[in-house]
Every structure is written in C-alpha cells, then in structure tokens.
Design a protein around this ligand. Sequence first.
Ligand code: UT7
Length: 339
Amino acid sequence: MRLKNSIISGVGHYVPQNVVTNDDLSKIMETNDAWITERTGIKERRHVDPEKKETTSDLGYQAALEAIKDAGVDKTEIDFIIFATLSPDLYFPGSGVLLQQKLELDTIGSLDVRNQCTGFVYALATADAFIKAGKYKNILVVGAEVHSFALDMTTRGRGVSVIFGDGAGAVVLSASEEANRGIIATNLHSEGKYAEELMMAFPGPKYGWIESLIDAAEKENTHLIYPYMNGNFVFKHAVARFSESIVEVLKDSGYTREDLDLFIPHQANLRISQFIQKQLNLPDEKVFNNIQKYGNTTAASIPIALSEAKQQGRVKVNDLVCLTAFGSGFTWGSVLLRF
Ligand code: UT7
C-alpha cells in the first residue's frame, strides 16, 4: 500500500485581546522597553483577561475553529486531536479532551504532548506518522498556552516574565493523494540532563506537594514556584541545536538551504532567530518572525506564525517551509514540508 501524504489543509490562530506593552510592564517591575527590545525583540505580548477566565483549551478552541474552517472540512471529519501545551487547564487530565468536549466531537481520541517550546513540532511529527500509517484522515494539531497566570510579575521574575505571552495556533493535517505536497521529513531530539535549566517545579512529586509549595513560598524560593530559566545557558544551546536540526532535516530530504521558501523558527527570542538566519544565509523575506507582537508563546508560537504567514501571503501552496523549535527539556526538532 502506498503511504498517503499528510498536508496542512487548514491553519488558524487566536490571541487574547488584552495587549501588554513593555511600558505596561515597566510600571509593575524594574524593566524598560529598551532592555526588552534590545535583548529579545519583543515590543508587546497578549495576556488573557483574568476577569474572563479564559483557559488554554479556550484559546485552543478558537484557533481550532479557524483551522477547521480554513481546511474546508466539517468538524465531524476530524478523527483525532493532538494538543501541545505546557500550561494545561488542569494538572490532569490534559487539554486535548477538554478541546474534544468543546468541539462536541463524539468520542475521538485526544493526545496531549508535553514538549514545551518544541511541543508543536513533536505534535505535527506525531500526526504525520499517524496519517502516513493510514490510521487517521484529518488530525487537529493544536499548540496553546496561558502563561500569564503563573508568571512572577515582580522585578524578581523579570528575566522570565517579560518574555512569555498567551495565545494559540492550530492546523488540520490531512491525508492526501497529492504526490508533491505535504510533510517531507521530521526530526525530534531531547537531552533530559538539562531538564531543570528551564522548568516549572510545582505541581509535581519531585519537590513535594502543598506543604512544600507553601514552604518554598515562605522561603521565597521563587525559582521553584514560578517558571525558572537559566537564560544564557538556554540561549547557547538553542542556537546550536536549531542549526543542527535544520541541517539534519534538509540533508534527510535532499534539499539545501537555498531551496527553502520560508523558515519559521519557534519565536523564543528575535536574537536567536536572527543568529540562525545569518548562519543559514537567508534573506529577510525567507524568515518569518512575529515575536515582536506576541512574545514567546512556546507551543503556540509556530502555528500562530504559520497562520499569520498564510494570511499575509508570505507562504503559498507548494512553498518549501521549515519549522524548527528548541525549548525546555531540552527538546528540539524540525518539520520540513511543501505547504
Ligand atoms: O523558548 C524556549 C527557549 N528559551 C530561550 O531560548 C530563551 C533564551 N535566553 C534568552 O533569550 C536570554 O538569555 C534572556 C532574554 C532571557 C536574557 O537575556 P541576557 O542577555 O541573557 O540577559 P541576562 O540574563 O544575562 O541579564 C543581564 C542583566 C542582568 O543584570 P546584571 O546582573 O547584569 O546587573 C539582569 O538582572 O539584565 C538584567 N535583567 C533585566 N533588566 C531589565 C534581566 N531581565 C531584565 C529585564 N529588564 N526584564
């Protein structure tokens, strides 16, 4: 049996309305627009409105509706959900089942992927394998995050909290007979020895439960209570692994960097994206960045960027597109596809 190709048949994204600028942050902590812009490229990000109580699956739901509409399929034609997030609505169960319920999709399977900034790349590669195995026809792949509820919004937490934002993106990955389109190659990597260089410790048994959390709070061990990032260390690994992964996916598929029409890096830091762009010798029109508007939305950043790139005409049918991410775990990987 000939394997089917898996093509991205629909894309969508959703971000909360509430815009938080660098100047807004400088009113609540010791930071400033010049520092954030120079070190990260970020000018603003979105935070959910706490009054509205929007959760990760709510954002994912809105992005999913857009992607399903864009794919031109009825939602009942979706036969599996993969939901990538590091900020699920609940400690368990995962957000995939909550999205399945919101979409009223009978009893189809839902899988959560916990690979942080690389979550969407892992989710897309997994969906691709399911489709090529002939298991499913239309898989909804979602990346969504609500970071804002768990950030240390004081000067103590500024090294992390100015970077992250909330949002969601989604694609429908569909089985297709079209021979020249779809996912061509993927690679997925991890290096768990660096798990605690970028992590959120609670809630999890390693550092104990409620009593330990209260103790950590009383002792102001904020690196355990809030997301912790060894920024410089992460930066150095990110630039090396991004490059390795791109070289690997191009080599595996027989393409060269000159063949690329668009490179969409996970939006971790504009300086990282620019560093990689220089290494690959890609002109500006072949790299898509929107971190300036949204900050780092971890698992949501690539599908949000892909959706905006499509809306802006920056990516067209048949374009050769490389999606690459690096993040907590450490995890990293790429997907190369003909859009
Ligand atoms: O998405 C997953 C992967 N994540 C990443 O790839 C992120 C990788 N890391 C980074 O992007 C950068 O390391 C950061 C943007 C997080 C930090 O930039 P940096 O150039 O590495 O700065 P730094 O942490 O070395 O801090 C430099 C100085 C420090 O002050 P002193 O010790 O030199 O006096 C910080 O306290 O900047 C200070 N600082 C700030 N100042 C103003 C840290 N955060 C802020 C802030 N505003 N928000």
